[in-house]
Design a protein around this ligand. Sequence first.
Ligand SMILES: [Zn+2]
Length: 166
Amino acid sequence: MTSVNIKLGSIGTYWTTACKQAVSDLNSLFRRKGIEVALAVDGAGPTISVRTDAAIAGTAVHGRTSAETDGAGKLLRADVRLPVKLTINTPKGIRDAGTGMAEVIAAHEFVHALGHEPHNSHLMTQTFNKVMGDRAADDKLQAGAVAMPPLQLSDESVDMLKGIWS
Ligand SMILES: [Zn+2]
């Protein structure tokens, strides 16, 4: 089992909550699927640094990740950038998106940082659609027929991660 450190910059309570939820839910997903990597905020191991970037639009449903890996595809260090503010269009106008939606975006970028490059399905889709909840807490991101949270990895993604982290 390899430990990977998540270092949260000054990203505010909204993103801090979302990133911690992503760490917790990814870890249980990895455990369940036999992927031998564990994330920890302020933990040990190679570091994924997380910060917000005003150059990424709040209407976007993605961040930006650059990762440096060794010859075997294992993480050396990575840099994850997230939109400062995440918004959703509703019949009553634009409001802040719920942290569940933010969790999905953070988790997507963390999985990229762990060496998963392609966009194939579920959490690692190319295109998410925003699905407005009755309350912000129920906002979701939809990939094909799958609405998250809860986070889901496709079998292809699980196999790819197992190939790197075994
Ligand atoms: Zn992506």
